[in-house]
Design a protein around this ligand. Structure first.
Ligand SMILES: Nc1ncnc2c1ncn2[C@@H]1O[C@H](COP(=O)(O)OP(=O)(O)OP(=O)(O)O)[C@@H](O)[C@H]1O
Ligand SMILES: [Mg+2]
Ligand SMILES: [Zn+2]
Length: 471
């Protein structure tokens, strides 16, 4: 009756948040308490056993019994690791000032956003200025990589390429070559033979990342891994990865615009508030060293419905144009559309405009748009948005030399915002002559000399100042 032993398959559930293994599915992970994080994985029991054996005998780095003795803190040399310079300034800054040897960096982002492009540029830069660099791709052929390199104008560089998905082999090659920087594109395509689930599953991704982390630390090689991030963060559990790696960078931007933001979400070697701005071009990711200027480049003079906001991206002030448009409608449910700005915030601002300054837009469709594909999440954009809408409605342009900052409260009062001095400096730097801000209880410390500060207590006062009393 019994046939040859088929592999004994078993189903188990792995939490994509904490990585714990459960025998049966549950809505809530019993270990970390997160909801909907358990992912089904099919494992081959026999292989799983041999793998656990391997773990005990120490093939998984760090668990070798007795191999690493405790050290006294005072005995440890902190020789202040020398960061590897990275010629891409915006990228370097986000990392905290260059690449840290022995660090494991995860670069996440939506499909097609430019992860491979930017990392190839970083690898080429390392190969040119620092030392050998290796680009491992499990997604593209060597020819495809060569074509990308040619498009980036670096087809003849000394970068090494490896197209493989077997992580044991990749690690063997890295140990043999000892590059200064290795790129793994992507972690979801890599697999270890000892892990029985398929590539991209939580178990594979976690074990692969642990091995790469051990490799990076033991050899002092900087390793960047690409991680595909689904909207729900499901399949490959970016959370599990985030715990393992030293640094998490996220690439953002929308596919209809060329601007890309590189944000640091976690960094064991630097501040997390840094943001790098790039523009996707035919020749690759081009640094945008003066993003405010780029975001304002296409602004039309004397067009009603346009106001310039000064927002913060981390510690970096950014001037962006906010546009408003109103158009009469018979529709009892007029349209409200916010692009790059919070939809609920738009309702709130419309209510305040109606109630506090008698600008009633119940018979108008209202659109708000942030130019350049940026998304603004902070309340400092309330006042510029309100003024852009009012400007559109009255067909009265906002003066070109005026920048606007401020949160709007429910009673129409204006509230101060964080990091005002940095914002004012950026506005002055870009040639704005006046800046409209909420009235403060304390004087501003060292305001820029050539910037006139107009301060208003309420939305009404702000509109008077913006449109020169002609309201
Ligand atoms: N000739 C070109 N000119 C301008 N942009 C291009 C050109 N070729 C490709 N691109 C841009 O490059 C993007 C792909 O970049 P890249 O492969 O680096 O993204 P990725 O994040 O690695 O994507 P994936 O998730 O598929 O690996 C395309 O979406 C496109 O916008
Ligand atoms: Mg890619
Ligand atoms: Zn969990």
């Amino acid at each position: 009756m019994s046939k040859t032993a088929a592999p004994k398959l078993k189903t188990r559930y792995v939490c994509s948040n904490c990585g714990s293994v459960q025998m049966r599915w549950a809505g809530k992970c019993p270990d970390c308490g997160e909801w909907n994080t358990l992912v089904e994985e099919v494992v081959d029991e026999a292989r799983e056993k041999s793998r656990q054996g391997a773990r005990v005998t120490g093939s998984i780095a760090g668990s070798i019994a007795g191999s690493i003795a405790p050290q006294k803190l005072s005995d440890i040399q902190a020789d202040g690791f020398q960061r590897l310079p990275l010629a891409i300034g915006e990228f370097s800054r986000v990392l905290g000032g260059g690449i840290v040897p022995g660090s494991l960096v995860l670069v996440g982002g939506d499909p097609g956003i430019g992860k491979s492009t930017l990392l190839m540029q970083a690898a080429v830069s390392t190969a040119q200025h620092v030392g050998p660099a290796l680009y491992v791709s499990g997604e593209e052929s060597a020819q495809q990589l060569k074509m990308r390199a040619q498009r980036l104008g670096v087809g003849d560089s000394d970068l090494y390429l490896l197209t493989d998905t077997n992580l044991d082999n990749v690690i063997y090659q890295i140990e043999a070559m000892k590059p200064r920087l290795a790129i793994i594109d992507s972690i979801q395509t890599m697999y270890l033979d000892t892990v029985s689930s398929s590539p991209g599953t939580v178990s594979q991704v976690r074990e692969c990342a642990l091995r790469l982390q051990a490799l990076a630390k033991s050899q002092g090689i900087a390793i960047f891994i690409v991680g595909h991030v689904t909207k729900e963060g499901a399949i490959a559990g970016p959370k599990v990865l985030e715990h393992i790696v030293d640094t998490v960078l996220q690439m953002e931007g929308d596919r209809f615009h060329a601007f890309r933001l590189l944000r640091s979400i976690k960094n064991r070697f630097g501040a997390t508030s840094e943001v790098g701005v790039f523009e996707m071009a035919g020749s690759g990711m081009v640094e945008v060293t003066n993003p405010s200027e780029a975001f304002l480049a296409e602004r039309m003079s004397f067009a009603p419905g346009s106001a310039v906001a000064v927002t913060m991206e981390g510690t970096r002030p950014l001037l962006v144009e906010m546009q408003g448009l109103t158009s009469p409608t018979q529709n009892p449910m007029p349209r409200r559309t916010a692009n790059g700005w919070d939809y609920n915030r738009l309702f709130l601002i419309l209510a305040v405009l109606a109630k506090r300054v008698s600008i009633r837009l119940h018979d108008q469709d209202v659109f708000v748009n942030v130019v350049g594909g940026m998304t603004i999440e902070e309340p400092a954009a309330d006042l510029p948005a309100a003024i852009a809408i009012a400007s559109a409605y009255k067909s009265a342009p906002v003066p070109m030399d005026l920048a606007i900052i401020g949160e709007v409260g429910l009673s129409g009062e204006l509230r101060s915002v964080a990091q005002l001095p940095a914002r004012l400096n950026e506005a002055a730097k870009l040639g704005f002559k006046r800046c409209l801000i909420p009235k403060l209880s304390r004087p501003i410390e060292r305001p820029p000399a050539d910037l006139r500060i107009l301060s208003a207590r309420s939305l009404g006062e702000a509109l008077d100042l913006a449109f020169g009393q002609q309201r």
